[in-house]
Every structure is written in C-alpha cells, then in structure tokens.
Write a protein that binds this ligand. Structure first.
Ligand code: NI
Length: 255
C-alpha cells in the first residue's frame, strides 16, 4: 500500500531528538512521499534542506497566517528564490486564521494575497490554512486562478461544494478518527475520491489510536483507514486514490 502524507512539519523542534527514526518509520509504513510544509521563512528553508536530504520528502514554502506580519517584500523575494528549487512543489502554508488572530486580520489578508500572487507567478499550487475564516478565504480564492488544497479541512459537509467548485482538494487529517467527528466523516464521505488527500499535520492532530502523543507521518495510515470506513471502501482504494491525487496536484512524478 502506497500513501502520501500531504502535510507534515518534520522540521519542527518536536522531531529534533529522533528525526531520522521518524523518517525511517514513514518509509517502512509505505509512504512514497511526504510534503513538508513551511510556516515561516526559517522553516521553509528547513523544509527545502530536508527535501534535499531525502528523495521522498518534498517541500512547500510559505508563511503561515500566524506569522503574516513577517511577510515583507524581502521575505517574498527569499521565498521566490527558495521556490525555484526542484523539490519545492507548492506555496504554503498560507491562509487566514481568525481563531487565534496572532497577526491582525488585514495583515493576514495582505500576506495571503501576496503569496497567492507568488504562487501564480511560479505556477505552483497552494496549501491553504483556513480557520474560522472560511468566507474570507473563499473570497480570496475566487479571485485567484490556480490549484490547491484546503489542509486539515474542518468546515464540515456544508462548505464542501464551494471548495470543490474552486477546483480545490480536501485534505483530511487525524481528527477524522475522533469519536465526535461525525461532520468531518460526512465530508470525507461526500468528497469525490479524485479530490481527497490524506495528511498528518504532524507533530499535531494525532489520530486515534495514538491520540495524546506526538504525531508522525507513519500515522497517516489511520487517517486513510478512517476515511475508508466512513466511505465503506477498502483502505487500499483510499490509499491509491489519495496517492494519485497528491502526485497530480503537486506534480510529483508517478511513484
Ligand atoms: Ni500545518
């Protein structure tokens, strides 16, 4: 069974003590690709460095809405240079987060728009973070021409049509395994198979049965399993479809 973890943060400090072992376990678990997603300029650089070190790790570069206030013209230039690296397959994670509001909302919207423009310029897809900001995220994307994924989709089945109408993919993560996540399972059930991606968002959002511990790419199998159960399909079908989808979206050569 081949799986792609479409959203990981292996550069984070939580993996400093045993990063190599975590990456070995990912390979052993059948992962054929891991997209390591940057959250600021430093972590984008670290993502590219990891992608240089491991053939099956790819990088996304970008600044998370929490750090939107760091997005200066100089930072955009640095991201532009990084993004020319052959292992950089997306701009992200970018978007809006009105739940934590760690950067002022107008600043978040500006940083999102600037990075969407960068993705257009480079013809790269985007990895979108949208938390309690779905209306503004959709507005920004409606005026933009490109592909991408709503990472760790949490807006329920009610907003699915709008996401699909934009041509975007739906990234499903660990919470789909939680007992109270019926809305998320409904979304995973309703999404067309050719638009689903699986992800861990590790070290966060650890799926059952490891909930409460640190998350890692090998656990993406539990996400695929929960989707398969929700859809009444075999896990191999979900693994095959989501792997094909990730390769298509991120332009990763057929694995
Ligand atoms: Ni993330």
């Amino acid at each position: 069974m081949r799986l792609v973890d479409s959203h990981a943060h292996l550069d984070f400090g939580q993996f400093d003590a045993d990063r190599t072992a975590v990456i070995d376990r990912a390979r052993d678990a059948g992962l054929v690709a891991v997209l390591n997603v940057g959250t600021d300029l430093a972590s984008s650089r670290a993502a590219v460095a990891l992608a240089e070190q491991y053939d099956f790790i790819y990088a996304a570069v970008g600044v998370h809405p929490h750090d939107a206030k760091t997005v200066t013209p100089a930072v955009l230039d640095a991201l532009r240079s990084l993004a020319r690296h052959p292992k950089v397959v997306a701009i992200g994670e970018i978007g809006l987060d009105y739940y934590r509001d760690r950067s002022p909302r107008p600043v978040q919207r500006r940083a999102f728009a600037d990075q969407l423009a960068l993705a257009s310029e480079l013809t790269l897809p985007v990895v979108v973070h949208s938390r309690d900001a779905h209306d503004d995220v959709l507005t920004a994307l409606k005026g933009w021409n490109g592909a991408g994924v709503f990472h760790s989709y949490a807006a329920g089945p009610g907003r699915l049509e709008e996401v699909l109408a934009l041509g975007f993919y739906v990234g499903v993560s660990g919470p789909v395994t939680f007992p109270n996540a019926e809305a998320l399972r409904a979304a995973a059930r309703q999404a067309p198979p050719e638009r689903l991606l699986v992800e861990t968002d590790c070290p966060f959002l650890t799926p059952v049965p490891h909930r409460g511990q640190r998350n890692e790419p090998a656990y993406v199998q539990y996400v695929a399993q929960a989707i398969a159960r929700a859809r009444g399909e075999h896990i191999e079908m979900v693994a095959e479809a989501t792997t094909r989808n990730a390769c298509r979206l991120f332009g990763i050569e057929s694995l």
